[in-house]
Design a protein around this ligand. Sequence first.
Ligand code: PLP
Length: 389
Amino acid sequence: MRKVYLDYSATTPIDPRVMESMIAAFGSGFGNASSVHSFGRDARALLEQSRERIAEAFGARSDEIYFTSGGTESDNHAIKGIAQAAARSGKNEIVIAPVEHHAVLHPAESLRKSGFELKYLPVDSYGGVDPSAVERAVGRNTALVSVMYVNNEVGTINDIRSIGTMLRKAEIPFHSDIVQAVGKAEVSLQDLNVDAASMSAHKFYGPKGIGAIFIRKGTAIDSFIEGGSQESNRRAGTENVPLAVGFAKAAELVTDSRSVEVSRISALKQRLRTKLQQGFEGILFNGHITEAVPHILNISFDSAICPLDGDALIMGLDLMGVAVTSGSACTSGSLQPSHVLTAMGRDSRTARATVRFSLGRHTSDDEIDYAVDCLREVVGKIRKADSKA
Ligand SMILES: Cc1ncc(COP(=O)(O)O)c(C=O)c1O
């Protein structure tokens, strides 16, 4: 059976050049980077070179890059670490967008349970946050604001630079989850005016299990994992040097190829949008048309015109070899509509009938055409079955 992968926002296949760099590092970098002997020093050198290369690729200083296990850990560290540090100066309000990834929402909710105030920002019908809404929401008691750069479900880009400029003047710490922006939008951490940012290597053809948190020099943040003095006392535990090497290689490759890839993938997305627009009744496009990354296209079927079961859509496509994601999350066996789509104003039945296509390096015109043909067949089958029921 033909297989078509259109779930690059969930994860990407590792680049062979990244794999090669890691295999070499599994040999030469096996030492413990904290050991003083030559094996340790060799591992330390590889680790610090990787940090420098990542900093260079993303416009930061190397002493502002801290390795973590990925986006989830970086988000947890930023939210809890910054809020707890600010609480010591009497600030206890956290301001976030309701469309954030669960790696931000859940730690913010836990802080609320431990006594912090949690304020949700309004979002527009594209899932975007207006910088002036952030300005209105913050105050003297704000410990932290977190707004994602690119939404992982619908691809809408937020104006992080403007939010950051305003928050810098107000001296309010600002974190942004930039996991879905790397390789797709401009990432120059100094210019973005963020105090902390989360990244994850497996979203841009790097290995799983490694990411980083950017922490601007001078930002007050508590350590997250306590133990040894690794990562300048912020994150204890023996560093995984080969993964850091792979992360650095992936960061360089994705930065170098960004403009070419963005234009190629934008053309593919346009092809997909046109075919979907022309071929399906009741189709709705989620997310901004222009202020969006090129690789994500999210659609729903309007429950008032074409009621469909989202699970059946995804399963039907999978049976035909097409890998996509729905906008829903399965919580204890019940299909919950996406919190992003409901915050954008979609009704829950429409939000459940959602498909997120995410395109990447190996996506071709032919794959787009095949996926649309499969979707047409699956929708036809579901509607036929429903009409008999
Ligand atoms: C926006 C966003 N933040 C955080 C994460 C979590 O990253 P990781 O898988 O590296 O933990 C993801 C992954 O889907 C994401 O899309």
